[in-house]
Design a protein around this ligand. Structure first.
Ligand SMILES: [Fe+2]
Ligand SMILES: [Fe+2]
Length: 192
């Protein structure tokens, strides 16, 4: 069954508190602007942004059930639960909302961790999630400034902030995020 944009917005916003919907709107606006700035498809950026946190407030049981029932083979279940909503978001975007575009599904799937070989759309949605206007954490303004000239530099700064935060809290770092960060650094070096 196909959902039009308005139906999707209604379906997604009804699954989260007001605060998270405001964040999602910020990610939508920011992702569209970044898409226009960096030559990605703004409609795909908008669609991925609408859906990126659809499963953010689902219970851990429900998240696990979706992963297991879809035969999820990755390593996510061994890592922190806040990471699970991204993979589940991609699964439900396809299963429940009829999104078939792999670029959009991947941008949802990798919006928290990144990955090696991030597509332009992956980078845009992940970065928009870090820097939308409602975000307020140490270093966010630096990320916004870097985004004026380099998606990669801005994203590296975003991952650095997450990784530093996890280190100070003695929390586990999901290896895919480190690999994504290393890969972005290599991309920058290759282009310099
Ligand atoms: Fe998220
Ligand atoms: Fe988000």
């Amino acid at each position: 069954m196909g959902y039009n944009r308005q139906q999707l917005i209604e379906a997604v916003s009804s699954q989260m508190p007001e605060k998270r919907w405001l964040h999602t709107q910020g990610v939508m606006d920011t992702a569209v602007k970044l898409a226009e700035q960096y030559g990605a498809n703004p409609e795909k950026a908008d669609l991925a942004a609408i859906l990126h946190d659809v499963a953010k407030y689902w219970t851990v049981q429900k998240l696990e059930e979706v992963l297991v029932s879809n035969g999820y083979q990755g390593d996510l279940l061994q890592y922190d639960k806040p990471l699970w909503h991204a993979e589940v978001g991609a699964i439900v975007a396809e299963r429940d909302y009829g999104i078939t575009d792999p670029e959009v599904l991947d941008a949802i799937r990798y919006h928290t961790s990144g990955r090696v070989g991030m597509t332009l759309l992956d980078k845009i949605v992940c970065l928009a999630d870090y820097m939308e206007p409602g975000r307020d954490f140490p270093g966010v303004n630096n990320i916004r400034e870097l985004a004026n000239h380099s998606l990669e530099e801005a994203l590296i700064a975003g991952f650095d902030s997450t990784i530093s935060f996890l280190i100070t809290r003695k929390q586990i770092i999901y290896p895919r995020m480190l690999l994504a960060r290393n890969d972005l650094i290599k991309q920058l070096e290759a282009n310099s």
